[in-house]
Design a protein. Structure first.
Lengths: 542, 313
């Protein structure tokens, strides 16, 4: 679930412009009238955004049938260590097992290939006991040596793009049913790391026989489904794995993972019945699709935060008054209402709504007087001009930029919006060659460690997503929390970190946006989880 | 004729070298770094250096180009940074839908524009002439992206004659699935071809040799087809070829709208991800396609016009 400019681009392009303009006009009017403080929550914003509506199973599951499921991009590779894009990740989670998997509420991990695990008192040794009798789809048994091979590969192989998640691990397989991982130092997010798709368990013998490239095309796993056919750019056909350990799942005989990049086409296909499920409903089409009798539009909160970040190399943004003033000056509720058509929640801070996220301290509200007051206390009482960099083709980003520009004008800050192609914009962010830039950060793991290390810590490797925000207190707490094995103490650490970052405001925290999925009425058990993936093995057709 | 085609095919080599040179350096001039893109915010200087070395991006540009060319001469287009697969197989899987779509739209263009042009030219300034011209000027003014969606709404949703996008699996299914996208493309080209053919037909119809043909007592349809249309075709073929060549780039959008697994989708992804080997390969294939289309046009010239045959022999 890494932020990928290209996949975002693909998922956001092509929304009709007219509605966007109307939405912006509405937002500007709301902003000008000055009577939209945070307390008067616009109808259907935070509350309706939070209410996810998974299809309620009508009756008991029946087996059989083919699910036609369209997404906006194809799988890049079926090799777990290669891709960084969501369509690959979410597909792979349906053909592979991991040692542990993310629970549906995304608050913990639960048994998958490992039925149980022991952690030594010093937090350095993990012993996993494998589920007996599990086989790969080619019939060979899943052995501890396969686990050892797969985990060594994701953590250390030169092709792996996921090594950053893992500490130095010494992995051994004392017998076929036991895997022992020994660490140099305790690493609290280890189980969360082991539950990512990249740590999927693959058969060593088959992999070594066919080689890396062939494996990426014709994978074998022990998960609920098996890749039967793959017409690249068009469809990946998944067939039921008859030997899956969790019988009678999967219920479906077949899943056709189709690629329909254009949002409008995908929506028309699901309306016409050509598809059972279509992902990424454009926000401006949700209400219209909901009226269709055969369809349900699921709104599912997912872990991820949309913000505009400040480059603290600039003197203006080294002034905390300025950063806080901007946070008070923007009406998040109005933004959600106009850009996301009410389907979203104001972000409390840099973290998405996830494990240990701080939901006690309210987000920055909308208070222009307070913002003006903070500006007058800053070194820039008369404001300044600043450039906001956005990715071209990102409709949501453009709308957000226009509204933020109008609202910051109220406190004397002149925003010049500059558009650039997504990958070029990202390069500028990385190089620190920007003033303000929009960014959407998702998490690859259910633990807040990853996002905190890369977005909040000044010494985490990316200079706090290249904001150059650097608070030594935050850095110390991040380091401590990564090795703290006591959950209560860790939670307290994370609360403190979030309070500090909230106050320091290295970003203009904007919103949490949900996943929107159009699902036909005869499909049951489908749900986008907070980690934004879906368990297709729990889906059935009536 | 064969010698002519062989000579033209030989000309492909310098064109291909020119294209590779151009795209190789152009794609690297765009800001944005594939390694940085792949690693995202997790990129540390060490990880970046490792990945650049693995992708061969740490070498000087001329050395990279040399490696690319020498691999190309061995029929190896390199390995995609993102897919981890040989680019050749990625391209080969997607080239058929694109060619199918192009040929289909060229066919629709021909079938529609030739009779319409003859009708318009024969009844010059009549109601039919005006109607044909107006309709197609209207057609060319519409953006293809929008037109595609409207055609889907009309002929796949409101009146469900065709599927909403997709490619199908059998040849007949391809014909059915690709009708709307091919029509969308054709509607953009028909007006241009029509205009060219109508213009040249009007000119030819007034030529002296037409009077000669008529005075010889040839039946009207023979006069029209063998003497009139045959001579008027040449400019129209040029226009059609130039436009089909130009359209090869335009299919990128249409493939996206109609969910066709062609080269266009691959190109969009590869450019935004800075997947250099894939961008290079797709551009090369596009360039070869353009050259081949022009070659077909020239071969048609050759067959139709004895003067061209005389010049080229």
């Amino acid at each position: 679930m890494v932020h990928s400019p290209s996949s975002d681009h693909a998922s956001r392009k092509g929304r009709p412009r007219l509605l966007a303009v109307l939405a912006i006009t509405a937002a500007l009017m709301a902003g000008c009238s000055g009577q939209a403080p945070a307390s008067s929550s616009p109808s259907g914003s935070a509350s309706s955004g939070a209410s996810s509506a998974p299809t309620t199973p009508a009756g008991s599951p029946v087996s059989g049938g083919t699910l036609t499921f369209a997404r906006n991009a194809d799988v890049i590779s079926w090799d777990p260590i290669i891709p960084t894009d969501n369509p690959s990740i979410w597909a792979q989670l349906n053909i592979y097992d991991q040692l542990v998997r993310v629970a549906k509420d995304a608050q913990s991990v639960e048994p998958d290939l490992a039925t149980a695990w022991d952690i030594s008192p010093d937090g350095k040794t993990y012993t996993f006991h494998l589920r007996p009798g599990v086989t790969f789809s080619d019939g060979t048994p899943v052995k501890a040596s396969d686990v050892q091979f797969s985990l060594d590969r994701v953590a250390t192989d030169k092709e792996s793009l996921w090594g950053f998640l893992f500490p130095k691990m010494d992995i051994t397989a004392p017998d076929d049913a036991t895997v022992v991982i020994t660490l140099d130092a305790p690493w609290a997010p280890l189980l969360a790391d082991l539950s990512v798709f990249a740590a999927s368990i693959i058969p060593q013998a088959y992999f070594e026989q066919v080689g890396e490239q062939a494996f990426g095309d014709k994978p074998i796993g022990s998960g609920p489904f098996v890749l039967a056919d793959w017409q690249k750019g068009s469809v990946a056909v998944l067939k039921r794995n008859p030997t899956y350990w969790d019988q009678p799942k999967p219920y479906l005989d077949e899943v056709d993972l189709k690629v329909v990049a254009e949002d409008n086409t995908r929506m028309l296909q699901v309306q016409s019945g050509q598809l059972d499920i279509a992902t990424d409903v454009p926000f401006n089409q949700i209400d219209a699709l909901k009226k269709s009798a055969d369809l349900d539009v699921q709104i599912s909160p997912v872990i991820g935060t949309y913000w505009i970040q400040f480059n603290q190399k600039l003197p203006q943004f080294q002034d905390m008054h300025v950063r806080q003033a901007i946070n008070w000056a923007v009406d998040k509720e109005a933004l959600i209402k106009s850009v996301l058509f009410g389907y979203g929640e104001p972000a409390y801070g840099y973290l998405g709504k996830m494990l240990y996220s701080d939901l006690q301290d309210a987000p920055y509200g909308y208070d222009v007087a307070k913002a003006k007051d903070l500006m007058s206390q800053s070194k820039y009482p008369n404001g300044f001009a600043v450039t906001l960099l956005t990715a071209a083709g990102d409709t949501i980003g453009q709308q957000v930029a226009v509204i933020v520009k109008a609202q910051l004008a109220e406190i004397g800050i002149t925003v010049n919006i500059q558009q650039e192609e997504a990958a070029s914009a990202f390069q500028k962010q990385v190089d620190g060659d920007y003033e303000m830039i929009e960014y959407y950060m998702t998490s690859d793991i259910i633990d807040p460690a990853e996002n905190t290390t890369y977005a909040a810590a000044g010494d985490g490797g990316s200079n706090a997503v290249y904001t150059y925000y650097n608070n030594p207190m935050v850095n110390d707490l991040v380091r401590a929390s990564n090795t703290e094995m006591d959950a209560t103490k860790r939670e307290a650490d994370y609360l403190k970190i979030q309070q500090l970052v909230h106050e320091d405001a290295p970003m203009l925290f904007l919103f949490w946006q949900p996943a929107r999925t159009a699902v036909r009425q005869d499909i049951h058990g489908f749900q986008v989880l907070p980690t934004a993936n879906y368990r297709l093995w729990e889906v059935w057709k009536s | 004729m064969l010698g002519f085609i062989a000579r033209r095919l030989l000309l492909l080599i310098p064109v291909a070298i020119g294209v590779t040179l151009f795209t190789f350096f152009l794609v690297r001039l765009i800001p944005g770094d594939p390694a940085q893109n792949m690693l995202g915010v997790h990129a540390t200087p060490e990880l970046l250096a490792q990945l650049r070395a693995r992708l061969g991006l740490d070498r000087p540009l001329p050395a990279q180009y040399f490696i690319f060319i020498s691999q190309l001469l061995h029929g190896d287009l390199g390995t995609s940074y993102y897919f981890g697969q040989p680019v050749l197989s990625l391209v080969a899987e997607r080239v058929t839908p694109t060619i199918f779509l192009l040929a289909y739209s060229a066919l629709i263009t021909t079938v529609v524009s030739f009779p319409a042009a003859i009708l318009a030219a024969l009844r010059r300034d009549s109601f039919w002439d005006q109607a044909v011209r107006f309709t197609f000027v209207f057609g060319i003014s519409l953006p293809s992206y929008w037109l595609g969606i409207v055609l889907i709404l009309l002929l796949a949703v409101a009146v469900p004659l065709f599927p909403v996008g997709g490619y199908g699996t059998t040849f007949l299914e391809h014909l059915w699935y690709l009708f709307l996208p091919a029509l969308t493309i054709a509607l953009g080209v028909i007006p241009i071809v029509l205009r060219a053919l109508r213009g040249s037909l009007i000119e030819v119809l007034q030529a002296d040799f037409m009077d000669t043909a008529r005075s010889k007592g040839l039946p009207p349809h023979v006069v029209l087809l063998r003497h009139g249309v045959r001579n008027a075709l040449l400019p129209a073929i040029t226009v059609l070829a130039v436009n089909v060549g130009w359209l090869i780039g335009g299919t990128v959008i249409i493939e996206n709208v109609f969910a066709i697994p062609g080269l266009g989708q691959l190109m969009i992804f590869a450019v935004s991800a800075r997947d250099y080997p894939t961008v290079q390969a797709v551009t090369l294939v596009f360039a070869v396609l353009v050259v081949v289309v022009y070659l077909v046009a020239d071969a048609t010239y050759f067959a139709l016009d004895p003067r061209v045959r005389g010049q080229l022999r």
